[in-house]
Write a protein that binds this ligand. Structure first.
Ligand SMILES: Cc1ncc(COP(=O)(O)O)c(C=O)c1O
Length: 389
């Protein structure tokens, strides 16, 4: 091997790992030993794809050639997503502006590359979903984090954005947010979108947890500004994480760029998943039943956590997470979640994954899984904390 890059991995690949993966590995090792595990760390629904989706997949497998599709996705799926936008937000979205992607993760990659030059500045809230920061960093953008922790109600506001120095080139807004479940109210989103437009800031609105909310539905950035890029996915509300299918709403001026990029990156999103996803919009009854179960688990945790001394919690208005201040127990969230797992079998996500500055005092609990496991997990966690853990 010769050449400058041959000695090892590139500097741009040196992004932070997902620390929660260490917790999963340790939890799996425990399970293999026959020890109990209560997984409150997992960031995905415990349910499979809706029955109609699985049936559509079986049918596609039997009858379809499953070759490549258009790079921007199957036309009927793009039309169905446009119709979904009309049904949920009352907005008229031309199917031509809908781009089907390989999960929202593939959507982020295309959106960032289409919208920003290397070296440009993109702002995001801290705590926040770690892949925003890591994808941006590896692509050569400058990440500008702003504090959206407990001192700021966990919700981005116009005032926070106006205080940004320099004014960024882009802003990623996740609502409902991972890990806090915080939601930006529709009037606030309208204000933020207007500020972005007036300040030349490209808004990237992550709406992947829409449909999973407990205090009213979220608004879409496209209700207020068609120069925003909307990122969404079949992963969460539609319970289709492993199918790797998501979508973007792309402003006219970026469509050709996105087309060129996604065609080169992936040729097209997975065809079987696209055909199956077409049936997802007929599965609302099943999907609403999932959300009702999340609501039940959320209520259980919001009652049980304060009772075991964890009473400083982020809003949890949407998604399926509770972000808890655990500073009474630790100032090293990664070490602490490992201790908790070893002592009790309860798996939690360390705040460090979401916030390199203050995350050492926080842990994220997921209520996406089975309510019985959640109930048992919080009970054993409570006993452990009571015993001084
Ligand atoms: C806020 C947020 N955005 C995006 C994603 C990526 O999801 P996917 O690529 O499965 O659509 C996740 C996954 O956990 C997430 O929490």
């Amino acid at each position: 091997m010769t050449g400058p890059g041959a000695a090892g991995p590139s500097a741009r690949s040196a992004v932070s790992p997902f620390y929660v993966m260490q917790v999963f590995q340790l939890a799996e090792a425990r399970r293999n030993l026959g020890l109990p595990v209560y997984n409150l760390a997992i960031g995905q629904p415990g349910t499979p794809a809706p029955a109609a989706v699985r049936q559509a997949a079986r049918q596609a497998l039997a009858e379809h050639q499953l070759g490549y599709t258009d790079a921007l996705g199957l036309p009927p799926l793009r039309a169905a997503i446009a119709e979904h936008s009309r049904a949920w937000y009352g907005i008229d979205v031309p199917p031509a502006n809908v781009v089907v992607t390989t999960g929202s993760s593939g959507g982020f990659l295309a959106a960032f590359l289409a919208a920003f030059e290397a070296g440009q500045v993109v702002a995001m809230a801290r705590p926040g979903y770690p892949a925003y920061r890591n994808i941006l960093t590896s692509l050569g953008y400058v990440v500008q984090e702003f504090d959206c922790g407990p001192g700021h109600g966990f919700t981005p506001t116009l005032a926070m954005l106006q205080a940004l120095d320099p004014v960024p080139d882009g802003l990623i807004l996740g609502s409902p947010a991972n890990p806090t479940g915080a939601m930006v109210a529709p009037d606030q989103l309208a204000e933020i979108a207007a500020w972005c437009r007036d300040s030349g800031v490209r808004l990237i609105s992550d709406e992947i947890y829409h449909g999973i909310s407990y205090a009213g539905p979220g608004a879409s950035a496209w209700q207020f500004d068609r120069s925003a890029i909307v990122v969404n996915s079949f992963s969460k509300y539609f319970s289709m994480t492993g199918w790797r299918v998501g979508w973007l709403l792309v402003p006219d001026e970026l469509l050709e760029a996105v087309d060129r990029l996604v065609a080169n990156f992936t040729i097209c999103p997975p065809t079987l998943s696209q055909l199956a996803a077409l049936a997802a919009f007929d599965a609302h009854a099943e999907l609403e039943a999932n959300v009702a179960r999340y609501a039940e688990s959320r209520a259980l945790l919001l009652q049980a956590l304060p009772a075991i001394g964890l009473d400083r919690l982020a809003p949890a208005d949407g998604a399926f997470y509770i972000y808890a201040d655990v500073s009474d127990h630790t100032d090293d969230s990664l070490a602490w979640v490992r201790q908790v797992l070893a002592a009790t079998g309860v798996a939690l996500a360390p705040g460090l994954d979401f916030d390199a500055t203050d995350g050492h005092r926080f842990a994220r609990l997921s209520f996406a899984g089975d309510i019985t496991v959640i109930e048992q997990g919080v009970t054993v966690l409570g006993k452990y904390l009571q015993a001084g853990g």
